[in-house]
Design a protein around this ligand. Sequence first.
Ligand SMILES: O=C(NCCCCCn1ccnc1)c1cc(-c2ccc(F)cc2)cc(O)c1O
Ligand SMILES: [Mg+2]
Length: 215
Amino acid sequence: TRTSRPQRILKAVQRKATVGDPQSVITAIDHFCRHREWAMNVGDEKGSILDSVVSEVSPVTVLELGTYCGYSTVRIARLLPPGACVITLEFNPDYAAIARQVIQWSGLEDKVQLVEGASGDWIPWMKEHFGVQAFDLVFLDHWKERYLPDTKLLEECGLIQKGTVLLADNVICPGTPDYLEYVRNSPRYNSHYYRSHLEYTKAEDGLEKSVFLGY
Ligand SMILES: O=C(NCCCCCn1ccnc1)c1cc(-c2ccc(F)cc2)cc(O)c1O
Ligand SMILES: [Mg+2]
């Protein structure tokens, strides 16, 4: 096909959403992915759970691993107070290029830092490069086999501190068994599973929220 799925998602936003109105961007993407073409956004059902966790934590600094088209980036950034920001990491340059435009259309570019590259390469530089002390919230939504190694790397780099909340997408589908086992059995995390469904489908999926208790 001539255009890519992310390009068709951006088109749907440009056609249906209002510039500067994040909710209309979210609604346009959900409508397109439910009625035209499935895509791996966190979606409206799990998105509402994400919203409630963001509102509860009211984070100043958020790390998102896996931007894709920027759908969850917009969901998070729209709830942040002035001065708060989300750093979002995307490995795929084509996804990143679309996400920048989706985030811009929503008018939230001042609250978002989109970084292109591999999480394993960037995490060790976060403190130095972004002046981050520790993250208040980490949303894991990238390669499922990277959830555990990147969580351990974040711990080692001192980017997870007492009270940091990890929220992981897709812990059932596609699944992140080693990550789940780690956060559920570690004495250093308090974990809770929010049962839901795989975006735009009836298949089971859910989000795992894990609060770091400190050393
Ligand atoms: O693979 C996913 N996300 C990572 C994409 C690549 C990230 C690249 N990157 C970014 C930063 N570092 C690396 C994903 C997959 C599915 C899914 C579920 C069922 C199915 F049949 C097919 C697919 C659902 C999701 O909700 C997902 O998030
Ligand atoms: Mg996901």
